[in-house]
Ligand binder design. Structure first.
Ligand code: IVH
Length: 668
């Protein structure tokens, strides 16, 4: 056998073993033997670089080269599906299809709606040639290098299977629950922010600049839609996917051809509970007309096909006993009540704590200690208490009384007019506030002092080394070497990384100093408007209000911050330490016309920025934020929990819903 022949043979074998393992879940050789084959192939490829191939199984490990993503247009736009939430909606859909087809018989394929990121893969001559994200539906990011590392996506199709010469296949990239939980455990240990759900984790991973990292994160992919000029025009969706399974793709096992609404409802009911046993997140069921000819006959609205619809599951709920309410003090002194409950299984994880947000929520729920409470988990990982089963309350149970004094320092709590939260006003000596401010200052999005984390901050605080952020710059290596086993070399490194933070741009300094209500985006806006700490400090309320996106509350908070002599003193010491107090020339730019002429409605709850920040972002990029959906609306920036009536209205008017990530991409 020539080396080339051996290389080709090994590749074919390894592709087959990957398929057995990652798609069929039925490995036929040991990991050890697999590794042996892989090493042999690696060696051969190293010796004979002329036979290199990006689709070789050795290329699944990715690379640590940074890449930026090229935007590529979709050959066929990537549409989304209209959402429905009830049995009645499903019946309506069925009737619409029936009448749209003039009464001729039809089949509906019911399948899982996977909750990940959509991807479009192109194959030419059985080789993966391109993988593109949904983007804005018209064009997306070319993430081929990252997608090659996903083991369940075939790089080359199974030899001998009758795939078309060229086609696209679309599906969902997902992070399985087990990988997601392991990843969050690691992040917790490294004190990095946790991913809220597997979808965000998968999205963060797929957009990573380094394919090596993607390879480590163990993503998975299910495919659910075939496209191409060479597919049989009189074909069927269900049958196409069965074929695609033979070509090597991972296709859901839970697909069913339905011949009546009852069939569909059975499928929905079955999967509503059974989906909890699936290895990946799902958030509903997709219903599609099976015949491609009938699909064409039904056609599309502006945004979605008339031949398909998504039925979304209700958020999952569990009932358990409330044992205790504890209170956390944040860096701004805000008090968050936390429900501590008897552990209960919910959406694949054990839940024992849930945020109660504030005193009003506790009152609205009329919460009593010992109550049986309903906890819900939507798409997010932090569950919430949504109700109480009052029939199971006994007369001796006491209502939950919100605390009157700070659990950390004992100061009497205050509640600011018009605000839901209670605060501990003792910002000078309440430990979690002091430490929280320092933790915020060093965090990645602020000054990014990577060598420090909450634990080191706690240590240095205990030692009396730091009482405010300016103290960080006074730390000497000999003071910290020896603390919790810090070696001399790491002590030097820590001091050096603190010193390096003096180069962090001014706009992040404005964020880092922790003015209440000033998030990342507002900090940028303020920095770009006022250019220096001195002008910001001297700004009047009216001048602050001139900044787009800055309202009364933020403006007053900035004034209050600089009114406090201690803050001014800390800033002076930061200045002496060399921290940037002015905007640099290239930072002054930044606005764009990405949204010029567009009217945008904001609806729902967001994770990356507050509503106000989004409003400001829309304006900064030339768009207009409007209150309610009308025919003139360009799109809805839709967060979680967008109300059903708004969804319905947007759907009726054919107005696109853009999620947070998509929106941020639009203005990138
Ligand atoms: S079909 C034209 N099938 O849900 C129809 N989509 O809003 C194309 N999704 O963007 C989509 N599971 O990312 C289809 N079995 C499934 C799906 C599915 C999840 C996602 C997809 C799409 C969104 C629909």
């Amino acid at each position: 056998m020539t080396p080339q022949e051996e290389i080709l043979q090994l590749r074919a074998q390894l592709h087959q073993h990957n398929y057995n393992y990652y798609v069929l879940n039925q490995p036929t050789i040991s990991d050890y033997d697999f590794d042996q084959l892989m090493h042999r192939l690696e060696d051969l490829e190293m010796f004979y670089p002329q036979f290199a191939d990006p689709n070789s199984p050795t290329q699944r490990v990715g690379s640590d080269l940074s890449q930026s993503f090229r935007q590529v247009p979709h050959r066929y736009p990537m549409l989304s599906l209209a959402n429905t939430y009830s049995e009645a909606d499903v019946r309506d859909f069925y009737e619409r299809v029936r009448s749209g087809l003039g009464g001729e018989p039809f089949e509906i394929v019911a399948e899982m709606k996977y909750d990940g990121l959509s991807i479009s893969l192109t194959y030419v001559d059985g080789q993966l040639t391109q993988a593109v994200t949904r983007g804005d539906g018209e064009k997306g990011d070319d993430v081929t290098a990252n997608v090659r590392t996903i083991r369940s996506i075939p790089l080359t199709l199974r030899p001998g299977s009758d795939y078309p010469r060229e086609f696209e296949i679309r599906g969902e990239i997902l992070m399985p629950w087990t990988s997601f939980e392991a990843l969050n455990r690691e992040r917790e240990a490294r004190e990095e922010p946790l991913f809220a759900n597997p979808r965000n984790a998968a999205s963060g991973t797929l957009k990573s600049q380094k394919s090596e990292l993607v390879a480590q994160r163990r993503l998975d992919a299910y495919l659910y839609y075939l496209l191409g000029d060479e597919l049989p025009a009189d074909g069927y969706h269900y049958e196409n996917l069965q074929k695609a399974r033979q070509w090597g793709f991972k296709i859901s096992e839970g697909m069913k051809k339905c011949h009546s609404v009852e069939d569909i409802l059975d499928f929905i009911n079955y999967w509503d509970t059974e989906r909890k046993n699936l290895p990946v997140a799902t958030d509903g069921i997709v219903l599609k007309v099976n015949s491609l000819r009938q699909q064409r006959q039904l056609g599309y609205t502006a945004k979605s096909p008339r031949w398909a619809i998504a039925y979304k599951f209700q958020a999952e709920r569990a009932c358990t006993r409330l044992e205790e309410v504890t209170y956390q003090v944040g860096r701004t002194g805000a008090i968050t009540p936390v429900a501590n409950m008897q552990p209960v299984q919910l959406a694949g994880t054990v839940v024992k704590r849930a945020s109660l947000h504030n005193a009003d929520i506790i009152r609205q729920l009329d919460l009593h200690l010992g109550d049986m409470v309903y906890v819900e988990k939507g798409g997010e990982i932090i569950p919430k208490v949504v109700g109480v089963d009052k029939t199971r309350r006994s007369p001796d149970m006491q209502p939950v009384q919100f605390i009157k004094t700070c659990p950390e320092c004992g100061a009497p709590l205050v509640r600011i007019e018009g605000e839901a939260a209670h605060y501990c006003p003792n910002d000078t000596s309440c430990p979690p506030q002091i430490k929280g401010r320092i933790e915020h200052y060093i965090s990645r999005r602020a000054m990014n002092i990577e060598s420090l984390g909450p634990e080191t901050v706690d240590d240095y605080y205990q030692q009396g080394l730091i009482r405010d952020v300016a103290d960080l710059y006074q730390i000497q290596p000999q003071q910290i070497s020896g603390v919790r086993g810090t070696k001399e070399r790491s002590a030097l490194k820590i001091v050096e990384s603190i010193r390096q933070s003096t180069q962090v741009p001014f706009e992040r300094v404005v964020f880092a100093i922790g003015i209440r209500f000033v998030g990342e985006t507002t900090a940028k806006l303020l920095a770009r408007h006022f250019h220096s700490m001195d002008t910001l400090r001297q700004a009047t309320l009216d001048q602050l209000l001139e900044v787009e996106g800055v309202g009364q509350v933020i403006a007053q908070s900035v004034i209050d911050y600089f009114h406090e002599p201690r803050n001014v003193e800390v800033i002076e010491r930061l200045r002496q330490a060399g921290v940037q107090m002015e905007i640099s020339a290239d930072e002054s730019a930044g606005a764009s016309t990405a949204l010029a002429g567009q009217s945008v409605v904001i609806s729902g709850i967001f994770t990356h920025h507050s509503r106000d920040e989004y409003k400001a972002l829309i304006e900064r990029h030339g768009g207009k934020n409007v209150g309610s959906i009308s025919a003139k609306t360009s799109f809805v920036l839709a967060g979680d929990n967008m109300g059903p009536s708004k969804q319905e209205k947007a759907r009726k008017l054919g107005i696109r819903l853009v999620n947070e990530d998509e929106f941020l991409q639009m203005i990138e």
